[in-house]
Each structure stands twice: as structure tokens, then as C-alpha cells.
Design a protein around this ligand. Structure first.
Ligand code: NAG
Length: 369
């Protein structure tokens, strides 16, 4: 990463709750971009931010400074109105803010050893969760009001995850998912599924949140690698799709057709008796598609699916019958990064996916590590 990237480092890059937009920030300020069109929706050059979280496509942003300017402390959360260009509220914490998640009812602030849950309208504090040291601010949040969950690491020694019901403010379950500590967690936006990966990175597990004992595993590969991101496709469409990026440079796309499929293929005992760590439930490779060399090996990247379309012809496998899995990949790589440099134009590279999963992935950049 040479001169050009250090001139315009991307400090953070994050998608909104329905992946319809994303925010990126550099040392100079932040930008909001529409993921469908690449249109620049908002641009503010007011200094460096380490967190920029959108509330869908509304005028509300939650922003946290990178600490480069005294006025932009990493301990201060600012709720910001993009229409007026003014802060709505500011909240200061004792330690740096590592992650922020929000929906129309709840605001979640993740610190290293505490996670706070607020009412997002009144900003009154509703709950405080003491966590194990969560150095990376690992968390997952499902924004749906019907299935609003928060997942946090439950251990630093193994891959256990706590799932809180954020609306009811109570612990929902604890899932022992992996032997090694967690590297990534994702909830589907409707709160139906939780996906986890450990530092080992070879297996990705998916649990039904409602019945946390049921687990399904995808083998990403046989060599250990770091899972940088896990993300579910918008859950209204079928089949459910999970995408993962890893230090191998590949983007993995898994189809979660198992709810209907497994019932016909397997007997009842398959669903009920999954022990933590068991991998006998690894899914058919037909459910797994890999986009090789999406970014160079080792480059940190994030991917999301924009939408999944069903096509009329569904004679073949389930995954072949859906099309237009449209994703975004954000990666911290110089040659991709150039797309963010001035002039700031459509910051996308289009890459055709191998058949049968068609269309294209957006490639963006982020230098956050
Ligand atoms: C931001 O300001 C506009 C204009 O005053 C207002 O209509 C909108 O509701 C505000 N947004 C938030 C999130 O307060």
C-alpha cells in the first residue's frame, strides 16, 4: 500500500441495514453512496471518522471520530442530521467506541468490555451488557423490529456467542459454535439466522436463532484463513444467501436452501441432534460457489448481497434458479482504491461471477484493519 492509498486512506466502510447504501470515510470526511446507482448522496469534509453508520436511507447518521482532531474523539458518538448538517445529540463514553448499530427503535454502542443499548428516539439507556474483552468490537445486529437480536462474543478462548433479544432486553441464548475464538458474526436482517466463523476460518456455521441447537456448516476451505466478513442477503427473497470474504482473496457464496431441502433429504434426527463442533452436517458443495481472486490474498474485504431474484426456470438446482445476486465487495487494496481518488466518480468495478451465479459484484475499498 504505497503513496496513493496513504493519501486517501479509507478509514471505514459500512453498508446500511438493507444494503441500499454505504458510507465510507477518509481522513478528510465521509461520503454516503447509493449502492444501486453509485450516486454520491452526501459528502461532508469535516475530519476523520472511524465509524459512520446509516439508519437505512434516512437523514440520521451515527458517527464517531478517529481521534485525529481533538474535537473528533473516538469516545464520542454523534447522531448527525444530514439534512441540516448539524449534530442532533452527542454522547461521550469512557473508552473508545468500537462499533455502533441502530434501527428505528434501538441504538447499540459496543465498547471493549461493555455494550450499551439505548432507545434510539429518547436515547435513554435501556440495558448494559458486560462482555468478555471484545477488542475488535465484534458484533452482529438484526435490524428487523420483529426479530431484533444482537450477537456478541461470549468467550475469548472459544467460539461462543451470546444472542440478546434487543427489543425485549434479555438474553436469548448462548451458542457454542467453534473451538477457536470468533472471527466474524452475522445475523440475517430478519433475525432468523446467525452465522459464525472462528479464527480458524475453515468452517462457517449457521444457526437458526429461534432454535439455537440446530446448526449447519459450510466448509469454506481446508486451509485456515481469516474470515473478514459474513453477510446475509436481504431475507425477503428465497433462497437465503450468505456471503463470506476471507484472507484467501475469494468471495464465498452459500445458499441456505436447507430448510426445505434437508427435510426431504434427511430424516428428523438430522435437525435435532447437532452437537457443537460437529461437522457431519456440512452441506452439499452444490450450495457453495466461490468467486476466486476477487481481491488479492490477505487484503481485507467486505461483501454484501444487494438482491436475489428468482427466475422462472427452476428445473436445475436451487442456486441456479436464482439470479442477480448483486453484491458489493469492499477491499483495502491500492488498485481498487484508485476508484475512490479524485475525481470521485462511480466507485465501482464490475466483475462477472462464474456461472451459474451471474451478475456482478461492486468492488470498493477500505483501509480499515
Ligand atoms: C433532519 O432535519 C430535517 C429538516 O429539519 C428533518 O425533517 C428531519 O426529520 C431531521 N432528521 C432527524 C433524524 O432528526
Amino acid at each position: 500500500m504505497a503513496n496513493q492509498s496513504s493519501r486517501y486512506p479509507i478509514l471505514c466502510a459500512s453498508f446500511n441495514q438493507d444494503n441500499s447504501g454505504f458510507a465510507i470515510s477518509t481522513k478528510d470526511g465521509f461520503k454516503i453512496i447509493d449502492s444501486n446507482t453509485g450516486r454520491l448522496c452526501y459528502d461532508r469534509a469535516v475530519g476523520a471518522f472511524i465509524i459512520v453508520e446509516m439508519l437505512y436511507s434516512s437523514s440520521l447518521l451515527a458517527i464517531v471520530g478517529a481521534g485525529e482532531q481533538p474535537s473528533l474523539s473516538p469516545r464520542r458518538l454523534c447522531l448527525f442530521n444530514t439534512t441540516t448538517g448539524a449534530p442532533l445529540r452527542e454522547m461521550t463514553f469512557l473508552t473508545s467506541i468500537l462499533a455502533v448499530r441502530l434501527n428505528r427503535k434501538r441504538l447499540v454502542v459496543v465498547l471493549q468490555e461493555k455494550t450499551y443499548i439505548y432507545d434510539s428516539n429518547s436515547l435513554s439507556m435501556l440495558d448494559t451488557i458486560d462482555t468478555v474483552p471484545n477488542l475488535k468490537g465484534l458484533c452482529a445486529f438484526s435490524p428487523s423490529l420483529e426479530g431484533c437480536f444482537l450477537a456478541l462474543p461470549a468467550s475469548t478462548a472459544k467460539g461462543a456467542v451470546l444472542v440478546y433479544n434487543v427489543m425485549e432486553l434479555q438474553l436469548h441464548c448462548e451458542i457454542d459454535a467453534h473451538r477457536s475464538p470468533l472471527a466474524a458474526i452475522a445475523l440475517s436482517s430478519n433475525g432468523k439466522y446467525i452465522a459464525t466463523a472462528s479464527e480458524q476460518g475453515t468452517i462457517i456455521r449457521v444457526h437458526l436463532v429461534s432454535e439455537a441447537t440446530k446448526s449447519y456448516s459450510f466448509r469454506r476451505g481446508t486451509c485456515p484463513s481469516t474470515i473478514f466478513s459474513l453477510s446475509f442477503a436481504p431475507s425477503l427473497q428465497l433462497p437465503d444467501i450468505l456471503v463470506a470474504t476471507s484472507s484467501s482473496g475469494s468471495v464465498h457464496i452459500f445458499s441456505l436452501g436447507f430448510e426445505t431441502n434437508q427435510r426431504t433429504k434427511m430424516s428428523g434426527s438430522f435437525l435435532g441432534s447437532i452437537l457443537p463442533y460437529s461437522v457431519n452436517d456440512a452441506l452439499d458443495p452444490a450450495h457453495h460457489h466461490v468467486l476466486h481472486n476477487a481481491v488479492s490474498a490477505g487484503v481485507r474485504s467486505y461483501a454484501v448481497v444487494r438482491k436475489v431474484d428468482k427466475v422462472a426456470d427452476s428445473s436445475s438446482s436451487e442456486i441456479a434458479s436464482c439470479r442477480s445476486v448483486l453484491g458489493c465487495v469492499l477491499a483495502s487494496e491500492l488498485y481498487l482504491f484508485i476508484y475512490f481518488c479524485v475525481p470521485f466518480y462511480l466507485p465501482y468495478l464490475y466483475v462477472r461471477l462464474p456461472c451459474p451465479l451471474p451478475p456482478f459484484f461492486y468492488l470498493l475499498t477500505s483501509a480499515r484493519s
